[in-house]
Design a protein around this ligand. Sequence first.
Ligand SMILES: Nc1nc2c(c(=O)[nH]1)N[C@H]1C(S)=C(S)[C@@H](COP(=O)(O)O)O[C@H]1N2
Ligand SMILES: [Mo]
Length: 228
Amino acid sequence: MTGEGTPVGRRVVLGMVGIGAVGVVIGARVQSGLNRAVGPVGGRVSGLIPAAGGFRFYSVVDSVRRVDPADYRLTVGGLVEHPRTFRFADLQALPQTRMTDTFHCVTGWTVPDVAWAGVALPDLLDVVGVRPGARGVRFTSFDGAYTETLTLEQARRRDVIVATSMLGGPVSHEHGGPVRMYVAPMYGYKSTKWLGGIDLVPTVKPGYWETRGYDVDAWVGRSNGYTS
Ligand SMILES: Nc1nc2c(c(=O)[nH]1)N[C@H]1C(S)=C(S)[C@@H](COP(=O)(O)O)O[C@H]1N2
Ligand SMILES: [Mo]
């Protein structure tokens, strides 16, 4: 099904936690309408996963450069009082927030009891100071392609985390490390992997998958036509 007339295929790399990616790559056809868009992915994937309960490793690009925590930089700018670049150690020096919850991909797979730790986004926003006029927060990935946004109100929730730890250890490269977002109340596509930038912006703009049919407000169970 790869290349069924779509310019950007969704590459789904399957893997089991603790074992690593098995290197299966599927380009999925993206059509208008979420169920149609994700249906083929879900169907294919479920047939290939040996057991339930594991993450699937997603990337929209073929490869992402590996970044060592020592070389990591997070640029925070836009409508802020004090634009700043955070190193990995800077993030670790800020107050830490931990939580454990089920991870939900909008295509239907979930992973129970995933532990996350890092800096709650409101704490990071307090460090840089949000300027009047900011209405949204835009996330960019150093994969060079993926973007996401939240409203400022959503970004001020304490269960929205700039994650430096996942599953009890460092965020692996496959999971978007060294630093990725974790937006607990929303479907996984809001949780930008390989986080490179956070910008305060005047308006919320649709992110990568949202320009391809997903809801901008991605509340688990309340969006994208899903009820669970
Ligand atoms: N940069 C980037 N972030 C991303 C994605 C992606 O393809 N690229 N996929 C999203 C989707 S749809 C989901 S469900 C989760 C999957 O996280 P995982 O790959 O760690 O399982 O990452 C989200 N963040
Ligand atoms: Mo997803």
